[in-house]
Design a protein around this ligand. Structure first.
Ligand code: SAJ
Length: 439
């Protein structure tokens, strides 16, 4: 297994390609987007991820990594293309609404492998996919070659579970699950992973491996929904949710997650739907959690309205952070972007500052080049994402660069007493001091 062809050079494919290439494998990284291929060939990268630029540079300059828009013959093929959901909402006969996975990229990546598939090859699907994708979708396409999966070539599903922001460490150190269509396929996968994985490598069948990934992210989604629901209770009942969570988490079997503007990214806000799609009637809890998390931006907007004494129309709002989570540039499914869009829709004038995406154009607004530009004439400053650079802002310094004397902290990033001492009215998600019920 000397040569590896990786299809999809995104958040998973590119780090994986660079990792194999810097561990002695010959890697062909394939992306259908010519712009991405050009960027990489020009020595640049299209993703912000700590350490990735250096690793890709090392991989390319060693000659072990080559990038191309077309798949090429190899010993191993790894599919790491996106699996978004379809835009149209599906519905069961009983009227249950749900979102369905869009598997077009997996299908076309698998079809791109087909002309190059040879006896003895290993194909690994890494894209998060609905249960049974490996056996029901990928296998039949590859078997159009006349070769049999598990007999003539090896086929496995191995979910990638690295955390954006910490990808390079987790690629090496996380436990890895390999689900083969048969034992021999899983063993081949193990042999490959051993070239750089230092975490435990665990075997199973391909459908169980698909479920492992979906269950992990769904577990997280449901638990974040609970934390978000608690933030609504904080306003109803009048307690400080952050303090209550901190105290509850001293219990040896409790670990309540953090409330926030909602759940974003391409994983946790998407993957639970893959389970719902498989059995809409059997997944009411998962659906409800999605509903709670998807409605959290609306709730946050109500909180901002409250802080402004009722209406946001005509108000100048400085939004700090648009990424889907702290210290990364990724804006996919970001609830912070959703909050900004909802505020704009209600007639607010938004100035959003996103340090990892300054001066970026959105449909109806553009991010400011600097923090000062966003806040100087604001009526209210809203902290939406816990980027380190925001959490370390001194309230006295902010007081000097803004006309605003009101802040709304959605992520528990700032210290209420300090901001009040600097002359700000301080509102926060999950804070007892919100006087009137918002719902
Ligand atoms: N969030 C909260 N409260 C929390 C934790 C997260 O509101 O207590 C929000 C974040 O702000 C963000 C979203 O949830 O909007 C997701 O963030 P995350 O850091 O929990 O996870 P992701 O989406 O970046 O990465 C997840 C990880 N899965 C799990 O932790 C189970 C990662 O290991 C997976 O590899 C990744 O999904 C993936 O690719 O599926």
């Amino acid at each position: 297994m000397k040569t590896i062809c990786i299809l999809g050079l995104g958040y998973i494919g590119l780090p994986t390609a660079a990792m194999f290439a810097t561990h002695g494998k010959k890697v062909i990284g394939v992306d259908i987007n010519q712009k991405i291929v050009n960027t990489l060939n020009d020595g640049d990268i299209h993703i912000h991820e700590p350490g990735l630029r250096e690793l890709v540079h090392q991989a390319l300059s060693s000659g072990n990594l080559k990038v191309s828009i077309q798949a090429q013959p190899a010993d191993v093929f790894i599919i790491a293309v996106p699996t978004p959901f379809q835009q149209e909402i599906a519905q069961t006969e009983d009227g249950i609404k749900y979102k369905k996975a869009d598997m077009r990229y997996v299908v076309s990546a698998t079809e791109a492998i087909l002309p190059h598939l040879r006896p003895g090859n290993l194909v690994i699907l890494e894209s998060t996919s609905p249960p049974r994708t490996t056996v029901d979708l990928v296998k039949p396409i590859l078997e159009r070659s006349g070769l049999k999966a598990g007999e003539d070539f090896y086929l496995a599903y191995s979910p990638e579970r690295v955390l954006p922001g910490n990808i390079l460490y987790e690629l090496v150190h996380n436990a890895r699950v390999i689900g083969g269509v048969n034992q021999a396929s899983a063993e081949k996968g193990l042999e490959l992973c051993q070239s750089f994985v230092e975490g435990e490598i665990l075997f199973t069948d391909s459908t169980t491996a698909e479920m492992v990934k979906l269950m992990e992210n769904t577990y997280r989604d449901v638990n974040i929904a609970l934390a978000n629901e608690f933030s609504r209770l904080a306003e109803w009942i009048g307690f400080d949710e952050w303090e209550a969570i901190e105290l509850a988490n001293h219990h040896p079997r409790v670990n309540i997650l953090r409330p926030g503007p909602g759940v974003g990214g391409h994983c946790i806000s998407v993957d639970p739907w893959f389970l719902v799609e498989s059995a809409p009637e059997a997944t009411p809890l998962i659906r409800q959690a999605r509903k709670v998390n998807d409605s959290q931006p609306e709730y946050v907007v109500k909180l901002i309205e409250k802080a402004l004494g009722g209406l946001v129309k005509g108000k100048r709002i400085a939004a700090l952070g648009l990424a889907y989570k702290p210290d990364i540039d990724d804006l996919r499914e970001s609830p912070a972007v959703e909050v900004v869009k909802l505020l704009e829709h209600k007639g607010a004038h938004i100035k959003a500052y996103e340090p990892f995406n300054p001066d970026r154009k959105f449909e109806t607004f553009k991010t400011t080049p600097s923090l000062e530009d966003a806040v100087f004439d604001a009526d209210v400053i809203v902290l939406l994402v816990g980027h380190d650079q925001f959490k370390s802002i001194e309230p006295e310094i902010m007081a000097n660069i803004t006309s605003s004397r009101t802040v709304v902290d959605i992520i528990n990033g700032w210290n209420k007493e300090e901001w009040e001492a600097a002359g700000f009215l301080f509102f926060a998600l999950g804070d007892r001091s919100i006087p009137v019920r918002l719902m």
